[in-house]
Design a binder for this molecule. Structure first.
Ligand code: BGC
Length: 510
């Protein structure tokens, strides 16, 4: 009886909060649409130095600067996915996803970089994972670099600041194409290099912890210049890997290759021309920074004008290297935010959008842009998704888009019961999926959607204090428990409509 009352309460809350999404069904998406969940190596694998894996930048950062992580913890064990991948594949199978986005740990494959040998135990792990996925009909969607690099790259080249890392990445990508490309049909080179470079080299919150005043007080760095140098090396590393794949692997392996960018949707704070321009500029400094060179061979004009000598230049040969376009674009879209101009009015610009002279704020006249989530600055604004997809399609030649991440965070210090009854997440996911389906109906070229994340995991600077998973993880016992959102996603993927399936799933489990 108590269980039944609980079920009713959950259902009523869902119905009340997302009425427009009630009818959303899987059949509204094109055939072959990928529906999945996403993770990344450092955030879930654990197995810290096992099977010859070497130290990576996050191992070193979390061990030497625990104060840089909100709860002082690290990814040594994380979800212990390295040992529990079979259980995790089973979870995916139960969810009914047809694809899984994960990343490969560079330091597991090439512990010493290209000057050392290929670690066969590392290759064997991903071979086993890929085999288990394919056996369940789940398409692997693989990221080559999701924020983690072998520590050796830091000591040898200063990581992304040194041009030498380009050849290293090219070599690493080649090892992966050769080892896994007969089975992996979706590759992305980098995850969110536009966010990573800012956190690592502008704000100093990610390894190698570089920044300079007034952005922050790190031991070394130059917040005005280094993010752009690192980005330049990442773009050229990306280009080298794409060229190699297209020239030597694509025809025989039949896969496709892309890149993933973080993408907030910026709305002007007011209808002042300056704020309208600021919203446009924020997008340019965020998305066009990476995608314009890939599609048009150079950085956006506005960035060049504002950053002048701090923005590196592409040589003619480099421009040529960039000419191989990506087959698809991945966007990680979580939130919309207001943009306020900081050229015409003074504001605190020591922030993520600072170099664009934009202040991002969630509030207009005391009203929030959307329901806040546990993650500061991230709000539930589903219509931003449609805008973002439309923008990327229009600007970049209607190249297919995959929404490679979208998800909702909860504070870990809630009760387990509250964490599991995650009605807020169900509403959020329904809203964003409805927004994608609306974009698709109007002709947007979107081919897939991945929830971040399959399981609660190590959330970078937040450690384990926030949770994004469809599955709750008890980090003491490593037990995975489906949240209400997992049951909802399963129902949605089963195709009978979310609310009916929610009832079935809850009945089956009670
Ligand atoms: C990253 C993930 C991260 C998620 C939530 C993205 O920036 O790709 O690694 O966990 O957002 O913050």
């Amino acid at each position: 009886m108590a269980a039944a009352t609980g079920i009713c309460a959950v259902l009523l809350a869902i119905l009340a909060a997302a009425p427009s999404a009630r009818g959303l069904g899987r059949d509204e998406f094109p055939p072959g649409f990928l529906f999945g969940a996403a993770t990344s190596a450092y955030q879930i694998e654990g197995a810290y130095l096992e099977d010859n894996k070497s130290l990576n930048n996050w191992d070193v950062f979390t061990h030497t600067r625990p104060g840089g992580i909100r709860d002082g913890r690290n990814g040594d064990v994380a979800d212990d996915h390295y040992h529990r991948y079979m259980e995790d594949v089973e979870i995916m199978h139960n969810l009914g996803v047809n694809s899984y986005r994960f990343s490969i740990s560079w330091s597991r494959i090439l512990p010493r970089g290209r000057l050392g040998g290929v670690n066969s135990a590392g290759i064997a792990f991903y071979d086993r994972l890929i085999a288990a996925l394919l056996q369940k009909g789940i398409e692997p969607f693989v990221t080559l670099n999701h924020f983690d690099v072998p520590h050796e790259m830091e000591t040898r080249y200063g990581s992304w600041l040194g041009a030498g890392i380009r050849e290293e990445f090219d070599y690493y990508a080649d090892v992966c194409f050769r080892a896994f490309g007969d089975r992996v049909k979706y590759w992305t080179t980098f995850n969110e290099p536009n966010l990573f470079t800012k956190f690592a080299y502008l704000l100093g919150e990610y390894p190698p912890n570089h920044c300079s005043p007034p952005f922050g007080a790190c031991n070394s760095g130059n917040s005005r210049r280094e993010p752009y140098v690192a980005a330049h090396n990442i773009l050229l590393s990306h280009a080298a890997a794409v060229n190699n794949y297209k020239k030597n692997y694509q025809a025989k392996q039949g896969g496709s290759i892309g890149i993933v960018v973080a993408m907030k949707w910026y709305e002007p704070l007011t209808n002042r021309t300056e704020d309208i321009r600021a919203a446009r500029r924020a997008l340019s400094f965020e998305v066009e920074w990476f995608l314009d060179p890939i599609f048009f061979g150079d950085y956006p004009r506005e960035m060049r004008e504002m950053l002048s000598a701090n923005l590196p230049k592409f040589t003619p040969e480099e421009k040529k290297l960039m000419q191989n376009k990506v087959d698809f674009i991945g966007i990680n879209q979580y939130t919309a935010i207001y943009a306020r101009d900081c050229i015409s009015l003074p504001c605190n610009i020591m922030t993520y959008e600072g170099n664009a002279m934009v202040l991002a704020t969630g509030e207009r006249d005391g009203v929030l842009i959307g329901k806040p989530t546990a993650f500061k600055g991230y709000y539930d604004v589903p219509q931003g998704m449609e805008q973002a997809v439309k923008y990327v399609n229009e600007r970049y030649e209607n190249t297919p888009v995959y929404v490679t991440e979208n998800g909702y965070s909860q504070q870990s210090d809630n009760s387990v019961e509250d964490l599991i009854n995650d009605v807020g997440r169900v509403n959020y996911l329904q809203g964003y999926l409805t927004s994608i389906s609306s974009a698709v109906r109007k002709g947007a070229n979107v081919r897939g959607y991945f929830v971040w994340s399959l399981i609660d995991n190590f959330e970078w600077g937040f450690g384990y204090t926030v949770r994004f998973g469809l599955y709750h993880v008890d980090f003491e016992t490593q037990k995975r428990i489906p949240k209400t959102s997992a049951k909802w996603y399963r129902g949605f993927l089963a195709g009978a409509g979310p609310v009916d399936d929610q009832v079935q799933a809850l009945k089956a489990d009670s």
